[in-house]
Design a protein around this ligand. Structure first.
Ligand SMILES: [Zn+2]
Length: 292
C-alpha cells in the first residue's frame, strides 16, 4: 500500500526520476544546451516517449537516459515495483514469483531481476576495516553418495562453485564467486577488499598463509583440530552469512547456475549491508538507480 501511494502509475515514476535527477521543483532545470537554468515543460515526443522540453531552446530531456530503465519496453512502474518486491522480503523473490506479481513473461521477469542484481545491487563500497573475518564455502548441496574427506574435496573442486566472503565485525560484507579455493586467488581477493590496517581472522586453510605480511595482524582458528572459538578468534560472523545464504538459495531459487551466482551474492550482500545505512532498502535502491 505504501508503494502504491508513492508510485500509483508510470507518470508518478517518471516524475520521480525527473525531480530526483534534474529538477527538484519539477519545473526548473539546468539545460545542457543553454548551459543555464531554464523552465521545462512536459511533452510526449513523436515516438510517444515522455520527455521534458527546455522552453528556451527546445532541447528534450529524457529522465530515464543513462539509467537501467532506458530503452526498456517494460513500463517504468513495473521496474519500480520489481525493485520494491526485491527489497521488501527477507530472502528475495524468484523470477517465477516476479512473473506472477508483475504479470510479465518469465523471460522479462528474469531480465529485470538480473539487471537489478547485477547493476543496482553490485558492491561499490570501499575497503573493509577493523576486525575482518574471511572464509570460503562451496555452494550447491552435497554429493549424492557419502565420500571420504579427500574425495569430497575433489568433488567440490570439480563441480561446486566457491563462494568467498569477507565481513567486518558489526559492519559490511563483501562476497564473490571464485574459480577455485586453492592457490593465490583467495589471498589476492582479501588484499583487494580489505584495508591494510585491519585485523584478519581466518581458519587454518593453507591458502591464507602469509596474510600477516599484508595486514596489521592475522589470527587463525584451528578448524582442522576442531577448535572453533578462541577468545575473539572465530569466523562465526561470516559462517552465519553462509548459513543464511545457502538455504535461501535452495529455498527461493532451487538451483542456481554458476553463471548467475554472483547476482544472488550481490542481492544477499546488498540486503545485509543496506541495513547499516539510513533509509529503507527500497529507497537506497532507487537512489542507486537514479545516481547514474
Ligand atoms: Zn535550453
Amino acid at each position: 500500500m505504501e508503494f502504491m501511494r508513492q508510485f500509483p502509475d508510470d507518470a508518478a515514476c517518471l516524475d520521480y526520476l525527473w525531480r530526483t535527477r534534474y529538477a527538484a521543483d519539477g519545473e526548473h532545470a539546468t539545460c545542457p544546451k543553454c548551459e543555464q537554468e531554464r523552465v521545462f515543460k512536459r511533452y510526449a515526443t513523436s515516438q510517444g516517449r515522455q520527455s521534458w522540453t527546455c522552453t528556451g531552446c527546445g532541447h528534450h530531456v529524457h529522465p530515464t537516459a543513462g539509467t537501467i530503465y532506458a530503452k526498456s519496453s517494460t513500463s517504468l512502474w513495473l521496474w519500480f515495483y520489481a525493485q520494491y518486491l526485491m527489497t521488501s522480503t527477507r530472502c528475495g523473490v524468484s523470477a517465477k514469483q516476479l512473473e506472477r506479481e508483475l504479470g510479465v513473461t518469465y523471460k522479462t521477469a528474469w531480465r529485470i531481476a538480473n539487471k537489478i542484481r547485477n547493476v543496482l545491487m553490485a558492491d561499490q563500497s570501499g575497503p573493509l576495516s577493523g576486525d575482518v573475518e574471511v572464509d570460503e564455502t562451496s555452494v550447491d548441496g552435497k554429493p549424492r553418495q557419502k565420500l571420504n574427506r579427500r574425495a569430497a574435496a575433489q568433488y567440490r573442486e570439480r563441480s561446486r562453485a566457491t563462494v568467498f566472503a569477507a565481513v567486518e565485525r558489526g559492519g559490511r560484507i563483501k562476497a564473490t564467486v571464485l574459480p577455485s579455493r586453492r592457490g593465490p586467488a583467495l589471498k589476492r581477493q582479501v588484499i583487494e577488499w580489505v584495508d591494510p590496517s585491519a585485523l584478519i581472522i581466518t581458519d587454518d586453510w593453507p591458502a591464507y598463509h602469509g596474510l600477516d605480511r599484508h595486514f596489521l595482524a592475522h589470527s587463525r582458528i584451528n578448524h582442522s583440530e576442531r577448535i572453533y572459538v578462541q577468545g575473539s578468534t572465530h569466523t562465526n560472523t561470516v559462517e552465519g552469512f553462509f548459513g543464511h545464504l545457502k538455504p535461501a538459495i535452495k529455498g527461493t531459487y532451487r538451483k542456481v547456475s554458476h553463471r548467475w551466482l554472483q547476482g544472488y551474492l550481490n542481492e544477499f550482500t546488498w540486503r545485509r549491508n543496506s541495513r547499516l545505512d539510513p533509509g529503507s532498502t527500497f529507497e537506497q535502491l532507487l537512489a542507486r538507480a537514479t545516481s547514474v
